[in-house]
Write a protein that binds this ligand. Structure first.
Ligand code: P6P
Length: 339
């Protein structure tokens, strides 16, 4: 049986290539890896231990929480709060910044995460996942970190990553030196490097969008999708395929592997609710954008590079269009023409 490179080994090897490395980042990634293994186990055996279905609580988004949302959030906190690597945590499932228990040392990183993205899939055995983003605590920040300390543009991320709980559990992450994917070997309980240096194929014929919102779309989005639907008889001169997993991690992982474009654009329905989009900037769009850009793709709101958006709130939403460079460039051009 091939030995394979574990995720810890890979991170340590990567850190050795850098200057003045303290090992804090490696230790933090290790804690995140254990958190994702714990969530993977909870998701995998959820139906057997009665943790499927909804909790009787809501998150700040006003969405009814699944029991696994709450369990995953608690697991992620317990695994990462004690190690002395982070100064504070922020989560989709918590209204405010999480203050660490006083007995734990504070570190130089800030960790923001969506503990179980796509959790509505958990009751139907669909793919779900965890998304995380690691930021540096600002130099001028002291005492307990504030919400403002987390409000950093995606270009300042130290690491962006996700765990996909599908037929196999995978972790994919970037620290700004390319994208690497690891598969959990249940036989030894370790993530093994299986997808080194992931690159998004330039050409593709897949698009991911929730077509039930078509009547609300802005003209540039409608134009792009109509041309895809027109297939080889239309202006694109080729047939396209649509996929929508209901969990952005699953859709974007497919884009990473096979090319294509994932879209959750702002539309009339979201504007009517005074929302800038559905997906959240800090713990969904930014980490996934970091990964997509590092894999040679693009990530935009349609008019702005997502990683350059200046956050104004912990749970801020944004329009999301990301994937193969040529397809995203086309969609950006349609937005420019429409302006
Ligand atoms: P809709 C999951 O709730 C999520 O945040 C993304 O992971 C997913 O792509 C999207 O929302 C699904 O939204 O409107 O199709 O249910």
């Amino acid at each position: 049986m091939p030995i394979g490179t574990t995720i810890t080994e890979f991170i340590i090897q990567e850190q050795r290539r850098m200057k003045n490395v303290t090992g804090n980042f490696t230790a933090l990634i290790n804690d995140v890896v254990i958190a994702c293994k714990s969530i993977s186990s909870a998701v995998r055996y959820g139906s057997l231990v009665g943790v499927l279905g909804t909790a009787d609580t809501e998150n700040i988004q006003g969405e009814t929480q699944k029991k696994l949302d709450v369990i995953s959030n608690n697991l992620f906190i317990r695994r990462t709060e004690w190690g002395g690597q982070v100064a504070g945590l922020a989560s989709e499932e918590m209204n405010n910044v999480y203050q660490l228990p006083l007995q734990y040392p504070r570190g130089k990183y800030l960790l923001v995460f969506d503990p179980l993205d796509g959790s509505s899939n958990s009751d139907v055995n669909g793919a779900v996942g965890t998304i995380f983003s690691i930021l540096r605590r600002p130099d001028d920040s002291s005492g307990e970190p504030t919400e403002e300390d987390f409000l950093q543009p995606g270009t300042r991320q130290v690491c962006g990553g996700y765990a996909l709980y599908g037929p196999s559990t995978m972790m994919v992450l970037t620290t700004g030196h390319g994208v690497n994917g690891f598969t959990l070997d249940q036989r030894i309980g370790e993530f093994i490097l299986t997808n080194p240096d992931m690159r998004i194929p330039e050409d593709s014929h897949d698009f991911s969008i929730n077509a039930s919102y078509m009547r609300f779309w802005d003209p540039p989005v409608r134009r792009y999708i109509d041309e895809c639907l027109a297939g080889r008889e239309g202006p694109r001169r080729k047939d396209f395929n649509m996929r929508w997993a209901g969990a952005m991690i699953a859709d974007i992982h497919r884009v990473l592997c096979q090319g294509g474009v994932f879209m959750y654009p702002i539309d009339r329905k979201l504007r009517a609710k005074n929302q800038e989009g559905k997906l959240r900037l800090l713990y969904e769009a930014n980490p996934m954008s970091f990964i997509v850009e590092q894999a040679g793709g693009l990530s935009t709101t349609g008019t702005q590079r997502i990683m350059e958006l200046e956050p104004t709130g912990l749970h801020q939403r944004c329009s999301v269009i990301m994937g193969s460079k040529s397809e995203v460039e086309r969609i950006i051009s349609y937005h420019l023409e429409a302006q």
